[in-house]
Design a binder for this molecule. Structure first.
Ligand code: AMP
Length: 447
């Protein structure tokens, strides 16, 4: 189905074509006609489904932006997009510019961690589409540099995450400042009860679209569990990252300190890495993301919040260095790979103390994840595969690095993509023998 059939104007269809998109994604096919018709929309769609274009394209059309001679009152946006993280906000404003290239909408990006001055300047010039994180937006409102009384269209993006981050009071304050007559679009990965309540309070008979069963990660993601002792995780990660293709990899840690520590360790192991988390300055975060996208660094170590919504096309591999506390975050994390039709690999390094967390995730997914011990990294003998504590999990397999490679590297993720069936119980004596061999090879390789 081409984009034109959805009712989009030629200027927008051409912009989409220039991006190389030929067919709308399911959320686009369903949401665009609804939004063009002026209805409120409650949509369950995760990052990676094409949801940004799903709201940006019809939003631009409805604003009916003419190219020249428009006078926009300072600080009074016509459309407002509120989103939880700075990175996501930056990506959305970029999408507005890309999809609006033939319409030239005036945009402003209001996020924390950067100077207010350029934001004041952008607001003074008048704004069609304002993209903001809640805190900085409220700062501007209290300084009277933003007034929301002209907003025709409101988008709450990643609404579930905004609630998780404690932004509910901020959102309610914003809602109270908006005109009653407006179109409201709410995007969320889940339709959890607080989201339904919120939408019931401030939306007008919304159309409901649910394109992504929230607990079903894309089929294109190959998920792997590697049981390993906690104190061997960093060494195992270095080993996997140094092997094979040296794929770009997003690594998740639970804490900011953990991200910094791991990033330093990987750098010591000769792997080009940066950490991305909320304690980093905005310029450091932007630089890290840019370096990663341009391939100047191989690994980005991030916390859940910092990684939320990152749009990195064709990310081949995600590693859960630690499993998340909230099982749904596992689905969010691995949604960073296997996007836009490309296959991806999601690897979880799971230590004994994370066993119950893994079981909770598996319950959420409704399946047991394939588990394999990486040769040389068998967990201490007291434990077995955390996937199925009493016996090897169905589909469990052992991971066999290539032997005798001239570079001293061992294959990592690539060999683990083989079909199941070569496995055995973790922690046997042959495993422990190769543990020492691996350490020798690793040392000889200077890592
Ligand atoms: P999003 O869910 O908005 O973060 O989008 C995920 C990725 O899909 C982005 O890199 C978009 O550029 C890309 N994308 C969006 N719509 C399409 C489409 N119709 N065809 C191909 N790629 C798309």
């Amino acid at each position: 189905m081409p984009f034109a059939i959805l009712g989009l104007a030629d200027d927008l269809v051409r912009a989409v074509a220039a991006q190389g998109y030929t067919t709308p994604t399911p959320i686009q096919a369903q949401a665009i006609p609804v939004i063009l018709a002026g209805r409120d929309l409650l949509a369950a769609a995760q990052t990676g489904t094409g949801k940004t274009a799903a709201f940006t394209l019809p939003l631009l059309q409805r604003l009916d932006i003419r190219r020249e001679g428009r006078l926009l009152p300072p600080g009074r946006p016509r459309a407002l997009v509120v989103t939880p993280t700075r990175e996501l906000a930056a990506q959305i404003v970029e999408s507005v510019r890309v999809y609006g290239r033939h319409l030239a909408p005036r945009t402003a990006l209001l996020v924390g961690g950067v100077s207010m001055k350029p934001q004041f300047d952008a607001l003074r010039r008048g704004v069609d589409v304002l993209v903001a994180t809640p805190g900085r937006l409220l700062d501007h409102i209290s300084q009277k540099t933003v007034n929301l009384s002209n907003v025709e269209i409101l988008v709450l993006d990643e609404a579930d995450r905004m609630l998780d981050l404690g932004f509910l009071p901020a959102i309610r304050r914003l809602l109270a400042l908006l005109p009653k007559r407006r179109q409201t679009l709410l995007f969320s990965a889940t339709f959890a009860e607080p989201i339904r309540q919120l939408s019931g309070d401030f939306m007008n008979d919304p159309a409901v679209i649910d394109v992504a069963p929230r607990n079903a990660p894309a089929d294109l993601v190959d998920q792997q569990v590697h049981p390993v002792d906690q104190d061997r995780k960093a060494a195992l990660l270095s080993h996997l990252l140094s092997a094979g293709e040296r794929d770009a990899t997003l690594v998740f840690t639970r804490t900011k300190h953990g991200a910094d520590r791991l990033s330093r360790q990987l750098e010591r192991d000769g792997i080009r890495t940066a950490a991305l988390h909320g304690n980093k300055s905005q310029s450091a975060r932007t630089r890290a993301l840019d370096d990663f996208k341009q391939g100047r660094i191989q690994v980005l170590v991030a916390t859940d919040i910092a990684a939320r919504g990152l749009d990195i096309v064709q990310l081949p591999r995600v590693v859960n260095y630690e499993l998340p506390h909230v099982p749904e975050d596992y689905v969010h994390r691995i949604g960073r790979t296997g996007r836009a039709g490309c296959t991806g690999l999601a690897v979880s390094l799971v230590s004994e103390d994370e066993t119950s967390r893994l079981h909770t995730i598996q319950r959420l997914l409704g399946r047991t994840l394939p588990s394999s011990v990486v040769e040389g990294f068998a967990p201490s003998p007291v434990r077995r595969s955390p996937t199925a504590p009493a016996s090897a999990a169905p589909g469990a397999r052992r991971h066999h690095p290539q032997r005798g490679s001239s570079s001293g590297e061992r294959s990592g993720s690539s060999s683990s993509r083989r079909p199941a069936g070569s496995g055995g119980a973790a922690g046997d004596s042959s495993q422990r023998r190769t543990y020492h061999q691996t350490r020798r090879v690793t040392t000889a390789g200077g890592r």
